[in-house]
Design a protein around this ligand. Structure first.
Ligand code: F6R
Length: 588
């Protein structure tokens, strides 16, 4: 959830780290800090607040020194305060550490360390790492101290450290949290996220669990936690530096919503052999579970419906965080399809590992190359939507859907629909062009305290997704419901003026959903319909193109993303960085 970055090279580390940290702000943004080595002195600067503000306060752009580490925080252990911000230092302040993850045995370790005389300055789990490094450090043997420390830690971690007696060196260790080396010219990077250094280099080394990296300006070495050297070869990542610029858009979220005409097509550019193998694996599975979290779970729900409807394949969709309840039913011939934008969501990784330990096969649909989930999977299909920086998932969702539709149509032998799927992008452009009218609607309802999103059949997962977007971007309470479920309880909440977003295009669910809309309208609700078919019950209409009905879900979610985005903007909130959230949820 936090972002960590280290740079060592021939430029000043301060400004380099600041730029990198800004790119990773979406991973957490309640505090930030820097540790810089210069002329044998280690300087730590940190505070609570947003990166730009802290950087200005500490004057990081003018800081001298070629080696440094930095951190952007999403608090887990310890409140949001200057003391709890990273880097954390050893008692004599000779070692500085930044960390992403959770050290589960930190209480036990800190009690031991305190009994041995170490003094702690924060309430974080991370600080034990700095003191353990201090305890294990014997002059000149930095790597050994790292090995001893890493082996004592339980939980999930990627951490970096600087030692004031070793200018130019950054050491990093990984277990269950991402850590990637960026191989640059005249300097190297090591970070939790490729976007942090992609403007400088696209040559990367993905560290594996239980590995330690030792980095200087012109040398990279990798070792196991036992100190054995590990061979590695840098690979190129396909992401472009331009992918991480906001371009002419006010926010990343808006830019990413607007990219969807292009990203939908990109998702369909798959290696034929690989996608066929993916489909055959589904066809041959005796028992299939689709697992994911949040927005990706909504894509998984839709996959379940589509598999049943078109390919006549039964699958369960289970929230990754709830898989324990059904794990006993997972066996050797179970197939788990995991869906994740980041490929790092702790709940998803936990779920697939548990399933794999019972003999299940894992295949996945992922955006981030080299991420943890790809390593747990027999086959991974990449959605190819480029980096998604806005904390709320937008383009990654429609890209997931594009691949899912293609898989289902292949399994069902529906070649004609596959061709139609390739054609959807032009309809996306039509929806995006309604920007002004959608903003108008968002403006009209910006002071409401509740929104209800309803949809039936394939539109139900989209109702859930629309409500999730509205909640996280605008902070307005929103509930997504299967339209038929209204009368089983929630109708009691509908009152004069309650805004209801009815996802009701003209397909086989239209008439029944219209009945539910009438029930709400009769109790005073205001109906905002997302549809290709007008009706007098609607107070406002967001029009979607009349396409083959199976494709409505991909199109109808886009105006809902726009509505949530504009609701946030109208409420003067920052849609890119919703409060309390972080992009990649690497803690359970
Ligand atoms: C919502 C959102 C989250 C993620 C969830 C899973 O907009 O972004 O709900 O969908 O945290 O993340 P991934 O897909 O990276 O596993």
């Amino acid at each position: 959830m936090c972002g960590i970055i280290g740079y060592t090279g021939n430029k000043d580390a301060g400004p380099m780290l600041l730029e990198s940290l800004k790119k990773m702000e979406y991973r957490g943004y309640d505090s930030a800090g820097f540790g810089i080595l210069h002329g044998g002195a280690l300087r730590v600067m940190k505070d609570a607040g947003r990166i730009a503000e802290i950087a200005r306060k500490v004057g990081i752009s003018d800081e001298k020194g070629n080696t440094g580490i930095a951190h952007t925080r999403w608090a887990t252990h310890g409140g949001v305060s200057q003391n709890n911000a990273h880097p954390h230092v050893s008692c004599d302040a000779s070692i500085a550490v930044v960390h992403n993850g959770i050290i589960e045995n930190y209480q036990e370790l800190s009690s031991q360390l305190k009994a041995e005389g170490h003094r702690f300055a924060s309430e974080t789990d991370t600080e034990v790492i700095a003191h353990l490094l201090e305890k294990h450090y014997r002059e000149g043997n930095h790597l050994k101290a790292f090995q001893e420390t890493a082996k004592q830690l339980k939980g999930t971690f990627a951490f970096l450290a600087l030692f004031d007696d070793k200018p130019g060196l950054i050491l990093g260790a990984r277990k269950d949290a991402p850590l990637i080396i960026g191989v640059g010219k005249g300097g190297n990077f090591i970070a939790s996220d490729i976007v942090s250094f992609i403007e400088q280099t696209d040559r990367v080394v993905f560290l594996k669990d239980y590995e330690i990296a030792s980095i200087t300006a012109n040398k990279i070495e990798v070792f196991t936690f036992d100190g054995e050297p590990v061979e590695f070869a840098p690979t190129h990542v396909a992401w472009e530096a331009s992918d991480i610029s906001k371009k002419e858009f006010a926010h990343y979220t808006l830019k990413e919503i607007n990219e969807q005409a292009r990203t939908l097509s990109a998702a369909l550019d798959q290696d034929e052999e690989k996608i066929n193998e993916f489909c055959i694996t589904i066809k041959n599975a005796k028992n299939t579970i689709i697992t994911a979290s949040g927005t990706s779970f909504h894509a998984g729900m839709l996959m379940r419906y589509l598999l049943a409807k078109f390919a006549k394949i039964h699958a369960q969709s289970i929230l990754a965080s709830e898989i324990d309840q059904e794990i006993d039913l997972v066996e050797k011939d179970t197939l788990v399809i995991a869906i994740s934008q980041s490929g790092e969501t702790a709940d998803v990784i936990g779920a697939v590992r548990k399933a794999a330990s019972r003999g299940a096969s894992v295949i996945s649909i992922v955006n981030t190359a080299g991420s943890s989930l790809t390593r747990e999977s027999k086959i991974t299909l990449y959605i190819n939507c480029g980096p998604e920086i806005g904390v709320a998932a937008t383009k990654s969702f429609t890209s997931q859907l594009a691949i899912i539709y293609d898989i289902v149509f292949r399994l069902a032998g529906l070649e004609e629909k596959r061709a139609q799927l390739r054609d959807l992008s032009k309809h996306v452009e039509i929806i995006l062009s309604q920007d002004t009218s959608i903003r108008e609607i968002a403006k009209r309802y910006k002071i409401t305290s509740d929104f209800y999103f309803i949809g039936r059949g394939l539109h139900f997962p989209i109702a859930l997704e629309g409500a999730l977007k509205m909640k996280e971007l605008s902070y307005i309470h929103a509930e997504g419901l299967a339209a038929g479920e209204l009368k089983h309880g929630t109708l009691a909440l509908v009152d004069a003026g309650t805004p209801v977003i009815a996802i009701n295009p003209g397909d086989e669910t239209y008439d029944e959903t219209l009945n539910n809309i009438a029930e709400m309208k009769a109790r005073g609700a205001t109906i905002i319909a997302v549809t290709d078919k007008q009706n007098q019950l609607y107070n406002d209409v967001i029009e979607i193109p009349a396409v083959d009905s199976v494709f409505f879900p991909i199109l109808e979610v886009i105006p809902l993303q726009m509505l949530a985005y504009y609701a946030a903007v109208e409420r003067t909130l920052d849609p890119d960085y919703p409060r309390h959230l972080a992009k990649s949820v690497t803690v359970k």
